[in-house]
Design a protein around this ligand. Structure first.
Ligand SMILES: CC(C)(COP(=O)(O)OP(=O)(O)OC[C@H]1O[C@@H](n2cnc3c(N)ncnc32)[C@H](O)[C@@H]1OP(=O)(O)O)[C@@H](O)C(=O)NCCC(=O)NCCS
Length: 149
């Protein structure tokens, strides 16, 4: 994983569920704020809008952060499902990723990730993208390991 944006951990440590105290939290957002960053010109596609791969990467980082906490250690992304790009992201938008645990298996944890954009030209908030990310807990040998209950 890699990312060039600032990571905001101010969402607290309460796991899944709503957090009333996060500044700027959209009322309809589900989950915990795991990452907040800005869309830079370098993240745009040739048409000038933000490249979907960049956004997917931010969501992967955000989901992995929560998965790692739930798995008590290192995780690797094994699957990404139900990615829906509902609205475009523009250069200058503030992008926030909200995450919630939807399933914990033997070695895997599945995280629902919502990306929200606060438009640079105002205070409008929009849920721009959603996806379901599955991570596998890895041991020191890089093989799947059991997740503590
Ligand atoms: C992660 C990895 C070690 C798992 O290998 P494995 O042990 O043979 O995988 P398994 O088939 O036993 O599956 C392990 C878990 O992942 C889940 N899983 C595997 N494929 C999945 C898929 N397509 N969708 C959802 N879950 C999946 C399995 O259900 C299982 O979960 P459970 O133990 O909770 O039931 C291996 O796939 C790997 O190294 N992948 C590359 C990871 C990586 O580099 N990610 C970054 C990509 S840039």
């Amino acid at each position: 994983m890699s990312g060039d944006g600032a990571v905001d951990r101010s969402g607290g440590s309460s796991g899944t569920g709503s957090i009333g105290a996060v500044p700027g939290r959209p009322p309809a957002a589900n989950g915990e704020l795991m990452l907040r960053t800005f869309a830079f010109p370098a993240d745009a596609n040739p048409a000038g809008d933000i490249f979907g791969g960049w956004l997917l990467g931010q969501m992967d980082i955000a989901g992995a952060s929560l998965a790692r906490r739930r798995a008590h250690g290192r995780v690797a992304t094994v699957a990404i499902a139900q990615m829906t790009f509902k609205l475009p992201v523009f250069v200058g938008d503030e992008v926030s990723c909200y995450c919630s645990v939807v399933r914990v298996g033997n070695t895997s944890v599945t995280i629902d990730v919502e990306a929200w954009a606060r438009r640079a030209d105002g205070d409008d908030l929009a849920r721009v993208t959603e996806g379901v990310f599955t991570y596998v807990a890895l041991g020191a040998d890089r093989r799947a390991r059991q997740i503590p209950k």
